[in-house]
Design a protein. Structure first.
Length: 228
């Protein structure tokens, strides 16, 4: 089983996706588990004032060296990671089974190959930044890998966490109903069709390519290769 530990200021933004469809089933079947840690739960007020309301607890501050926006403070994030895997990472036996991912638009590009290389871990921690990102000193507290999901900048690391969890989970043998659904294990075209063979829309008849109705497997595979 892989346990995904998500460090996020907005865990509620992830709920509906991970609790639907294949990811939901993978959790119910004990193939993966997903846990949340909100740095706000690990934040202390600047004055050590315990009476501050939850929302008032500080988790970000202005960047050193100037510049726009706010930076997520290191300590609440470090404490959240500590809670998730701190004990395990200090045991020589378990250390190699833990991966900590630091999301950053300038990190290493996430791909299917990277996803497969992550399947061997029992615990994967996903550090989701918000605002201008997370104070880089968290990377001194624990070994981590900077990962990007693509050449664009998102508002936070929550979508990248979903992308990584989804991609890894569907590649674990037994998660998909039919293991051949994993794309590179079969001939797959980019366009797919289902019943009925002809549909009508605004007076136009739209039909499924004839070859796909032929039952001729070699010809269908050739068509799919071209359609990629
Ligand atoms: N100025 C920052 C922008 C941070 S975006 C920078 O260039 O690094 C806020 C957070 O969203 C980041 O800390 C990261 O956790 C996440 N994020 C945004 N785009 C991402 C991407 N393409 N891949 C992975 N994480 C991303």
């Amino acid at each position: 089983m892989i346990t995904f530990h998500i460090i996020s200021l907005f865990p509620e933004s992830l709920d509906s996706y991970v609790n639907s469809s294949i990811l939901k089933r993978a959790q119910e079947r004990g193939i993966v588990a997903i846990k949340y840690y909100n740095p706000r739960d690990f934040a202390k007020s600047a004055k050590g004032n315990k009476d501050l309301s939850y929302a008032e607890r500080r988790v970000d501050d202005r960047p050193y060296g100037g510049g726009p926006g706010m930076v997520m403070e290191a300590l609440p994030v470090i404490r959240a990671i500590e809670k998730a895997v701190g004990k395990k990472i200090r045991s020589a036996k378990n250390r190699a089974k833990i991966k900590i991912i630091f999301f950053s638009p300038s990190g290493k590009q996430f791909t299917n190959v990277v996803a497969d290389s992550f399947k061997k871990y029992t615990d994967i921690v996903l550090v989701c930044g918000r605002y201008e990102g997370v104070d880089a000193r968290v990377k001194k507290a624990f070994p981590m890998t900077d990962i990007s999901i693509g050449e664009y900048v998102l508002t936070g690391g929550e979508l990248p966490a979903m992308v990584v969890i989804d991609t890894i989970t569907r590649r674990i043998p037994g998660v998909l109903g039919d293991d051949n659904s994993v794309e590179e294990r079969r001939v797959a075209g980019s366009d797919v069709y289902t019943r009925p063979p002809i549909i009508e829309y605004k007076g136009k008849k739209l039909s499924v390519p004839k070859v796909l109705l032929s039952g001729h497997h070699k010809k269908m595979d050739e068509w799919k290769k071209k359609a990629r």
